[in-house]
Design a protein around this ligand. Structure first.
Ligand SMILES: Cc1ncc(C[n+]2csc(CCOP(=O)(O)OP(=O)(O)O)c2C)c(N)n1
Ligand SMILES: CC(=O)[C@@H](O)[C@H](O)COP(=O)(O)O
Ligand SMILES: [Mg+2]
Length: 631
């Protein structure tokens, strides 16, 4: 017999299946997800945890008329598989293939694009308000994890929705995990609900009722009706959510489709804001992902039998060097405090957290709070280091300006995943940070050319008497030998790697390696380049840049950042302010466009962040008429 999944071309196709058939379909979906992620990499554990929930949601609601908004969106693979994208599922996260996140431009069933956390309830409320204003008839459902529920935006939206009393359903997918174990008082509260005896009572009652009916479909509605009177059993009195104006339903077992159908049907018919609390197991159905939900949250290609990752490198990642250096520096400096917003292992802080538990804070998915809390710590004389992915730092822009930089406080921002991150795509590339940070007074911005320079820069940043951002890329370093001891570097001083008369290649961060290689390739063609590791985006080494720009008359800037307002723009501003407008300058970086998903190397090639493009650009500049008076 063929697979049920073979017959599912649209969500309506699941509605003719029995509960037993839905369970079978759930297993097939799991198998498909495991096989594909083992090959392509992706967010395995979150997706395995929501397979039954996905089927229940699509059974009760009718997308695209009804809207399902997946918070973060890293758990939408099952949804993709039953909304007409199974054929392309093997292209998941591949360049030109399916995105790993919901994308309305990919399917009408993807109601809203997500990737960053805690946005779903706000977006859902907005859609519900628009629906009511336009007098339409549909359900709007936000599906949010317990981790995402730690984000401030989620609370802001609950607060507003509870006040408005708009028809809106929030499904809280509670698996006790963020990427690591979930943190915070709300998490503790949810865990107390889970262990409340009323939970098992309500679960037993629904199951007993369902066992008495022969099939599902319209009977789900009947059971939901009959349960209306018994609704009190499903409500735990005094709930925070009730107090905020939501009807609370649950907690219910997120792997038992029958009771979920009943509860979701109820939620649909209740009116007003309703929160359905669903308990799931992260990684469900694949042993290694259950046991190591953290590792299997997001993973590269792996061997299904052993759960071992396939791509291993002997070269340390920038993240590892950052984590090791910070832990080492903290051993000598008791003032160092490390802060993460739910990205402890991702930012390389696991060792630090173990060694210095009193000096480590995971604030949950709360970047804004992390930054202002760091400001408070810095104001009190300590040295906070906020380790954060570039893309998530965007959340805390006002806090950086208003709480840190305005008071010139010594907060170090360890900005990981700067530049192109690869398969996660446009929601996650860290390509805006030079631009958005550079415009803020008081901040120092540095980017290491390799992992050895990273350790020296971290040492330097911690010694600074003002805010400092240290930006480095995702992935392995260059493979250089690390100096035995981290040492200070002079703030605002660039490093001249080679000197040549024909052109200046001025690069920053990981692009220094590209410039270096381009310099070698140009030399093979008889063109002598000055190659400079700028090290600092702010302050620029003005004297060095002007001197070499004047001497060669031609400059190419290279950065893995958007060109708008970035490093190249800073160099142009410098040359213009200094009156050197006749120097030829070309800037290589990311154009005014969102960068798609693909491997880092595919995307770097696409945007010309490779030595060959630097060489071509240099050749085109050199073949041009020399600018009068410059050389
Ligand atoms: C603003 C923001 N910060 C951090 C992240 C990284 N991140 C992605 S998923 C996740 C954990 C989400 O936990 P939860 O919502 O409970 O979903 P689960 O993976 O447990 O299903 C984190 C921290 C993010 N996507 N957005
Ligand atoms: C969904 C999400 O935001 C994270 O899981 C992110 O995908 C992690 O990225 P890294 O793989 O770079 O740690
Ligand atoms: Mg969770």
């Amino acid at each position: 017999m063929g697979k049920y999944l073979d017959q599912i071309n649209a969500p309506k196709d699941i509605k003719s299946l029995t509960l037993a058939q839905l369970d079978k379909l759930a297993s097939e979906i799991r198998e498909e997800i495991i096989t594909t992620v083992a090959h392509n990499g992706g967010h395995l554990a979150p997706n395995l945890g929501v397979v039954e929930l996905t089927l229940a949601l699509h059974y009760v609601f009718r997308t695209p008329v009804d809207k399902i908004i997946w918070d973060v969106g890293h758990q939408c693979y099952g949804h993709k598989l039953i909304t007409g994208r199974r054929e392309q599922f093997n292209t998941l996260r591949r360049y030109g293939g399916l995105s790993g996140f919901p994308r309305p431009d990919e399917s009408e069933h993807d109601a809203f694009a997500t990737g960053h956390s805690s946005t779903s309830i706000s977006a859902a409320l907005g859609m519900a308000l628009a629906r009511d204003y336009k007098r339409e008839n549909s359900s709007v459902v936000a599906v949010i994890g317990d981790g995402a529920m730690t984000g401030g935006m989620a609370f802001e939206a609950l607060n507003h929705a509870g006040h408005l009393k708009t028809d809106l359903i929030v499904v809280l997918n509670d698996n006790e995990m963020s990427i690591s174990h979930n943190v915070g008082a709300m998490s503790g509260y949810l865990s107390r609900i889970r262990t409340d005896p009323k939970y098992s009572k309500s679960k037993d009652e629904i199951e007993q009722l369902l066992r008495r009916i022969p099939s599902i479909g319209s009977t789900v509605l009947k059971v939901a009706e009959r349960l209306k009177d018994g609704l009190k059993y499903l409500m735990v009195p005094g709930m925070i959510f009730e107090e905020l104006g939501f009807t609370y339903l649950g907690p219910i077992d997120g792997h038992n489709i029958g009771p979920m159908l009943v509860t979701l049907e109820q939620a649909k018919n209740l009116g007003g804001p309703v929160l359905v609390h669903v308990i799931t197991e992260k990684g469900r159905g694949y042993g290694p992902a259950v046991q190591k939900a953290d590792k299997f949250h997001g993973i590269g290609p792996f061997d299904i039998d052993s759960g071992d990752c396939l791509k291993k490198s002997d070269v340390s990642t920038y993240t590892e060097v950052f984590g090791n250096t910070l832990t080492r520096l903290a051993g000598d400096n008791p003032d160092i405090i490390a802060i993460t917003a739910a990205m402890c292992s991702g930012t390389g802080l696991s060792d630090f957290a173990q060694k210095f538990p009193k000096r480590f804070f995971d604030v949950g998915i709360a970047e804004q709070h992390a930054v202002t809390m760091a400001a408070g710590i810095a104001k009190s004389g300590l040295r906070p280091v906020v380790a954060v992915y570039s893309t998530f730092l965007q959340r805390a822009y006002d806090q950086i300006i208003h709480d840190v930089c305005l008071q010139n406080l010594p907060v170090v921002f360890a900005v990981d995943r700067g530049g192109i991150v690869g398969d996660d795509g446009p929601t996650h590339h860290g390509v805006f940070d030079y631009s958005f940070l550079r415009s803020i007074p008081n901040i120092t911005i540095m980017a290491p050319a390799d992992e050895n320079e990273l350790q020296h820069m971290l040492f330097t940043a911690i010694k600074q008497n003002g805010p400092c951002a240290l930006r480095y890329p995702r992935g392995t370093g260059v493979g250089v030998v690390l100096d035995a001891v981290p040492a200070p570097i002079t703030v605002g001083e660039a490093e001249v790697i080679t000197e040549g008369k024909d052109i200046t290649l001025l690069a920053v961060g990981n692009m220094v390696q590209v410039a270096r290689k381009a310099g070698v390739m140009l030399k093979e063609q008889g063109i002598l380049a000055t190659v400079i590791n700028a090290r600092f985006v702010k302050p620029l080494d003005e004297n060095c840049i002007i001197k070499h720009a004047m001497r060669t008359g031609r400059v190419i800037t290279i950065e893995e950042n958007v060109l708008a307002g970035g490093f190249g723009a800073a160099v142009l501003e410098l040359l213009q302010a200094a009156g050197y407008t006749g120097i030829q300058v070309k800037s290589i970086g990311i154009p005014d466009d969102f960068v798609e998903h693909g491997t880092q190397s595919e995307l770097r090639r696409k945007y010309g962040l490779i030595p060959e493009n630097v060489v071509d650009t240099a050749l085109s500049m050199i073949n041009r008429r020399k600018i009068k008076g410059i050389k």
